[in-house]
Design a protein around this ligand. Sequence first.
Ligand SMILES: Cc1ncc(COP(=O)(O)O)c(C=O)c1O
Length: 316
Amino acid sequence: MKLGADPEVIVYFDNQFVPLRDARVNILTHALHYGTGVFEGIRAYWDDGEQELFLLRPLEHYQRWKKNCGILRIGVPPAAETLCDITVELIQRNKFRSDLYIRPLAYKSAERIGLVPDDQNALAIIPIPFGEYLPSQQGLHVGVASWCRIEDNAIPARGKICGAYVNSVLAAEDARLNGFDEAIFLNARGHVAEGVTHNIFMVQNGRLITPPGTEDILAGITRDTITELARRELNLEVVERPIGRSELYACDELFFTGTAVGIAPIIRVDHRPVGAAVVGQITSELRRLYGEVSLGHLAAYRKWLLPVYRAANVTA
Ligand SMILES: Cc1ncc(COP(=O)(O)O)c(C=O)c1O
């Protein structure tokens, strides 16, 4: 799905609420040349019944963003709670009443040639109406990328660093040119890492298996949500361990998790069926639970939601 935004959408830029058309950067901006930005992705889901928009785990996203900005030594002065408040106000100003994707971005903003950065930073928060990211309902056909996942000692995948996404762009484009819906990365050690902007889970004999944070992945917030739901709601064992490539061809179920994609079932890998090449039972159940949690239908997980129109203070 390609997502442009209406130039009249109000964004947060340079400590102000301004229309997108006025949120401009100079052609010499450091981040544009050297990829020195850090971004986040946050979802908000509209619930028709409650006439409410729910931000999903915004506090965790902003906490992660601030930590990741630290990797590039980009200071984000507002507290995570304040960033949640700004996001609520931003959505209220736009009067959005549909599913959204919110893109926080912090970057090195000096306007000059020269690699070594200084302390000039800028930040923006951009809300975009956003439906389904990948048409994954029936299951995806994915291919193992010939591009290797970036290594922690090169550019840390956990950092959500703008420049690092060249790695994902190369793999995602090749996957489509090769007739696949999406790509799976192996890391430099040949282990399964993740998708281009999603984590991966394998189901084997009723257990969920996912690569640990040391396998050059971004340890996703959706990955954490699914781990908790699988353990608490489905009583399943969730194991973090390295996954070999050929395990992808022999597992029972496979799916991606991520803020943009939600839970996306994979039914074929490299032209080989996953299980019976239909969306598996555990994947379906987790998808259903995730949908319910996102709309506040499960009381135990309301703690993860910040309602936009009723929000007086941050309670996430
Ligand atoms: C490389 C990568 N892996 C995994 C994820 C999934 O993380 P999350 O569930 O926090 O969105 C993302 C998206 O943020 C990502 O960019």
